[in-house]
Design a protein around this ligand. Structure first.
Ligand code: DGL
Length: 271
């Protein structure tokens, strides 16, 4: 048993899709969440910058005596996380392995779609993982850079007209390609799964990487004897820009109010 918290980070709200699943699967765990909202989005940045930000995020979480880190960010998970993970004294998980495994289990026709930020789509990380698991897989990829700002603006309603228009443009080729499984390769995208699902149609399985990573983390911690064996964990949230804005949108998504537990921090100073 290990009652130290689990550290989770993302550039903004997206990583909460992983946190929500962690809370459901492991209610006894303490969770420390960092949303680097002062620098969101990460997805249009260079690999070097993404690695630099990821290191700062992990260093911040490590100051809270955590037992594991989840990079609940598709962009970080596909841009250097595996290179830097070994530099830390605790396990560092991304979301791409779990998502690739789930996609390969779900597909029936071997045609898998991947949507993500520009940086995730530019990277070949998902291609390599999917091809290793299923050599005959056909992968169809599209970058959807406007989705993250729309989610951060709270435009997540299934019939939101702006979101619907943008999503229709981004997803048309994937729908025409006949993919039967679509990896929502950015952890912000499950927040707009209603719109994406409506456009792709009911026969396409949507894969939520944050939720898959949460389930994988549970399995790993169980193997290591590292689960916290108690009733209810505590949650704290840190952001690098307005705590109020984050708390408002995050509360809506999580389904309970987190106003009192969000603190604004600077990643440059020691907390
Ligand atoms: N939620 C993130 C991802 O999974 C970050 C998106 C961004 O900051 O561009 O890629």
């Amino acid at each position: 048993m290990d009652i130290r918290p689990i550290g989770v980070f993302d550039s903004g709200l997206g990583g909460l899709t992983c946190v929500k699943r962690l809370m459901e699967l492991m209610p006894g765990e303490d969770i420390i969440y960092l949303g680097d909202t002062g620098r969101v989005p990460y997805g249009g940045r260079s690999r070097e910058t993404i690695i630099k930000y990821a290191r700062q995020d992990i260093d911040f979480l490590l100051r809270h005596d955590i037992k594991a880190v989840v990079a609940a960010c598709g962009t970080v998970s596909t841009n250097g996380l595996e290179e830097i993970a070994g530099d830390y004294p605790i396990p560092v998980f991304g979301v791409a392995d779990a998502a690739a495994e789930a996609a390969v289990s779900a597909t029936k026709n071997g045609k898998i779609g991947l949507i993500g930020t520009k940086a995730s789509i530019r990277s070949t990380a998902y291609d390599e993982k999917l091809l290793r698991l299923m050599p005959e897989v056909q992968i169809h990829k599209t970058a959807c850079p406007l989705f993250v700002p729309l989610v951060e603006e709270g435009r997540t309603g299934e019939d939101d007209p702006v979101l619907s228009l943008v999503a229709e443009q981004y997803l048309a080729d994937l729908r025409d390609a006949g993919v039967d499984t679509l990896i929502l390769g950015c952890t912000h995208y499950p927040l707009i799964a209603g719109t994406v699902g409506r456009i792709m149609g009911p026969r396409v399985t949507l894969i939520d990487p944050g939720a898959q990573a949460a389930a994988k983390l549970r399995r790993e911690l169980y193997k290591l004897g590292g689960l916290a064996d108690r009733e209810k964990g505590a949650y704290s949230y840190f952001v690098t820009d307005s705590a109020e804005d984050f708390a408002r949108t995050a509360s809506l998504f999580l389904g309970f109010r987190i106003e009192g537990s969000v603190k604004r921090v600077s990643l440059e100073e020691r907390q």
